[in-house]
Design a protein around this ligand. Structure first.
Ligand SMILES: [Zn+2]
Length: 429
């Protein structure tokens, strides 16, 4: 399937139609001219060409929870969603807290071959929050880990957080924090507010996130190191990050597609498909998150793709697992929340879903750009399509999509990774 491709009439970043010639894994040229002999021609008229999407926050579940997802199925889902690289979170079983485990995940990703897999290393041993993991050994491993996170849990100990920030500074790494003050969220089930009160579910206050975000911004500034805030969910967090950035501190942040579109009202029927950590918030929070992403305060969209088997999800609200799938719907949700609302153009989408996450993830190469001479990692997207989301048709092993039954705009038509198609005509190549 490799070789030479002419993507005829594609619209780079939503601009004027042109022909993109892909040869030897690179974008050979962009512009007119006929297809060279032997080139395979893909009619891309009307399709938007975006640089291959990069996800900073994916749960691939392997090793340990292969009943929820594997590297193979998760990377298939990623490719179908337009992604050419994902960062695999460390909360596997065993936890990715040693060079051995991150190399295992890195190798599984290379074998699967649907997209690049960059393992995230745990900050603390076993996600236990007590002792720093071997960050240096993971950084020096074949997996070249640069992003470290205890995601799923918060590094709540300020001394450990400070030490971790100091440690990664030496090799240009970043600590990605799951900001959740544990004592303020004991037993918490849903955003603390009118809806949680009405439903009788234990509230999850915004301050439990914001207090940690503020503390960590201050710590990052004190140490002079890089902090990345995972899945920002409140208006207050956006304000704090805006303030930290105005100081010139090395703070970046992500927002999930679901926090850009859904509110805690979705939980009114106690359907656990809407149970997620951090919880869905209010319409005012959604508006602030969209504005923060539009003005660049929030750097990027990250899926927090969190697959769970049916038995862990289709149960009583209180006992259901936290999390939602997201890889296969991310770009479509971003179109609905950000593009169709006029908040972001396609160049902005390319920036927030490819260029900036690639930079935050310390990926080699320029990343996120469509230019002759650069690797041909790109996505062809039909923004004029629309369709109902059916998780049964997804490549992910799990079915817990909060968008099931919803009509979303857009369709990923093709994905190329370094010149090789991973998806053609909306199906795995
Ligand atoms: Zn998290």
């Amino acid at each position: 399937m490799t070789g030479t491709w002419q993507l005829r009439g594609a619209r780079p970043l939503g601009g004027e139609p042109t022909d993109i010639l892909v040869r030897d894994g690179l974008i050979d040229s962009m512009g007119g001219g006929g297809a060279p002999a032997g080139a395979q021609v893909l009619d891309a008229s009307g399709l938007i060409a975006l640089p291959g999407l990069v996800d900073l926050h994916t749960h691939l579940r392997e090793p340990g929870r292969e009943d929820a997802e594997t590297v193979e199925t998760g990377t298939r889902a990623a490719a179908l969603g337009g992604f050419t690289a994902v960062h695999a979170m460390a909360n596997t079983e065993p936890v990715a807290d040693t060079a051995g485990v991150v190399e295992q995940i890195w190798r599984l990703g290379r074998q699967a071959g649907h997209c690049d897999v960059h393992p995230v290393g745990a900050v603390t041993v076993g996600l236990g929050g007590a002792h720093l993991a071997e960050l240096g050994a993971m950084a020096d491993s074949a997996a070249r880990v640069r992003v470290f996170s205890d995601d799923g849990r918060c590094v709540s100990d300020a001394v450990l957080m400070r030490r971790a920030l100091e440690y990664v500074k030496a090799f240009g790494g970043v600590i990605a924090q799951h900001a959740q003050e544990p004592r303020l969220t004991e037993g918490a089930q849903l955003n603390e507010g009118e809806v949680s009160g009405r439903l009788g579910l234990t509230g999850w206050p915004a301050v439990a996130e914001e207090a940690v975000v503020a503390r960590d911004c201050l710590l990052a500034a004190h140490v002079g190191s890089a902090l990345h805030v995972c899945h920002v969910s409140t208006a207050g967090s956006v304000e704090i990050i805006r303030w930290a950035k105005s100081k010139g501190w090395r703070v970046t942040a992500e927002v999930t597609p679901h926090h850009l579109l859904l509110t805690d009202d979705c939980a009114a029927g106690y359907d656990p498909v809407f149970k997620v950590n951090p919880p869905l918030r209010t319409a005012a929070d959604v508006a602030a998150l969209r504005a923060g992403l539009a003005d660049g305060t929030i750097d990027c969209v990250a899926t927090d793709h969190a697959p769970h088997p049916v038995e862990d999800k289709e149960t009583e609200w209180d006992s259901a697992a936290f999390g939602m799938t997201g890889l296969e719907t991310a770009l479509r949700v971003v179109q609905q929340a950000m593009v169709d609302t006029g908040l972001l153009d396609w160049a902005g989408v390319a920036d927030r879903m490819s260029r900036r996450p690639a930079a935050i993830g310390r990926l080699p190469g320029p990343g996120g750009v469509l230019e002759p001479g650069l690797p041909a990692s790109l996505t062809l997207y039909d923004a004029s399509a629309s369709g109902e989301v059916d998780p049964r048709a997804h490549a992910s092993m799990s079915r817990n999509s909060p968008f099931a039954g919803r009509v979303l705009p857009g369709r990923v038509v093709a994905t190329f990774r370094r010149g090789t198609p991973t998806v053609l005509d909306g199906k795995l190549a």
